[in-house]
Design a protein around this ligand. Sequence first.
Ligand code: KG4
Ligand code: ZN
Length: 344
Amino acid sequence: MTFFNKERKLILAVESSCDETSVAVIEDGSKILSNIVASQVKSHQRFGGVVPEVASRHHVEEMTVCIEEALVEAQIEPEELSGVAVTYGPGLVGALLIGISAAKAFAWAHDLPLIPVNHMAGHIYAAHFVEPLQFPLMALLVSGGHTELVYMKETGSFEIIGETRDDAAGEAYDKVGRVLGLTYPSGKEIDALAHLGQDTYHFPRAMIKEDNYDFSFSGLKSSFINTVHNAQQRDEELSVKDLAASFQASVIDVLVDKTIRACKEYPVKQLVMAGGVAANKGLRDRFSEEVAKELPGVTFIVPPLKLCGDNAAMIGAAAFVEAEKGHIADYHLNADPSLTFMSI
Ligand code: KG4
Ligand code: ZN
């Protein structure tokens, strides 16, 4: 029996792994009928990072409203749906549990199957809204918590060939942003500042020449912080624009160099870049150039900006693949805060 046995192939998707409450209705795995995103970022800014307890409370307040809005905007009745998808990891345990509980309740009330989705798989499948994914492909996942190179031989199959040994790329952006006194999360602002400055500080490009696909950003972060503190102690003026440009040049050089090398090693048709840091303009431009120059025959796909950050539409797209493979959960589904691709 196929999973989809209704007139239209519709999934309601729920995402609550971090500081975005989001619910979407997706048709055929590739069409967004609605994608409601309630961001809590303003509530966390004064703490300089996401406060888990605050995040959970916001999810509780927003979830029901988001579900209602997603259905109204999509003009869909619950009876027309074929399933309910939900992110069950990785992420903050309390935050994940709010989405899982809401999805279970909705699935039970409307007698619908529950589809568990890995948040990072969701980020990759956001690219499916741009053009159909073709396999094998390479995905560079860059977010606040992850920096991974994932080889996908076929749909729904994930092999991590490289990852960060310490900080994630987004985490490094947010930490150096704090040293510069910028508002959390600071990736977007550093990206904008970087375009106004020059790479004058020449920060290290960690592990760039090593014969593996792993990354490390903590040395870059320390080097950046030392430069700023030394200058402050000597009462020297620093150019924030040049600091931002130098930091960003180092991140881009390493990510692009290793990813292009991986795409030469593996027989890929597409390169997908996804996750919050994939919104970075410098990174998007450099990848477009380098793929055109270095990887003939490989298509570079990056989701539009609003689908790079956390959202439920991407969870809905990944859920279609899971559903077609028969990956259905029962009401015992639990949050898995450190879910990896290995545990799928
Ligand atoms: O994927 P995401 O929305 O949440 C996680 O699952 O982590 O990623 C958030 C991260 C933050 O660290 C933020 O600073 C970073 O993405 N970010 C950026 C940009 N926009 C967001 N980093 C660099 N350049 C950007 N334009
Ligand atoms: Zn994310």
